[in-house]
Design a protein around this ligand. Structure first.
Ligand code: FES
Length: 163
């Protein structure tokens, strides 16, 4: 017949149990960190949702941005991308989607509502609303996201492919 546990044994058992629990809880993030890079390999190409069509007015360049994470072994690199959607009409496929990366040395252009042009802050380039070069050193117009679609829920998605 076993003897009932005395007070010291109960405390010792409880302490051991709590210690084990703490080890398990602290251990989970460490293990997750160690195996995480392998699990988070980012897709080289993907459909990126950039906004609801109902929130994109006709005739007004509407900015969007998204981030992609590249994983190379233990090293992660987050890269920001962005652009402007220009709806030419109410038709869902009548769009121009410009990349906001300047074609000179890749600074980000901004839309100037006053001048109705995209301005590059790095070397004072100007691009028209359609992305054509109006001034400055860029060798070609702003790039376009040419593949896009609108989901049944009215969300505009662009097709992103890692260069
Ligand atoms: S990077 Fe835009 S003008 Fe040079």
């Amino acid at each position: 017949m076993s003897e009932p546990m005395n007070r010291r044994e109960i405390i010792k058992g409880a302490t051991g149990g709590i210690g084990g629990l703490i080890t398990a809880v602290i251990g989970i993030p460490s293990i997750a960190y160690l195996i995480d890079p392998a699990l988070k390999e980012s897709a080289k190409e993907d459909w990126i949702p950039i906004g609801k069509m109902e929130n994109i007015p006709v005739g007004q360049p509407t900015p969007f941005s998204f981030t992609r994470v590249q994983v190379n072994g233990w090293e992660r690199t987050a890269t920001s991308h962005g652009g402007f959607v220009l709806r030419n009409s109410e038709a869902l496929d009548d769009l121009l989607i410009l990349n906001s990366r300047c074609t000179h040395l890749a600074c980000t252009v901004n839309w100037s509502e006053n001048d109705k042009v995209y301005l590059c802050p790095c070397h004072d380039a100007k691009f028209s609303q359609q992305g054509e070069v109006l001034g400055g050193p860029p060798p070609r117009p702003l790039d376009h996201f040419t593949e896009f679609r609108v989901t049944e829920d009215g969300v505009l998605e662009i097709f992103y492919k890692e260069a």
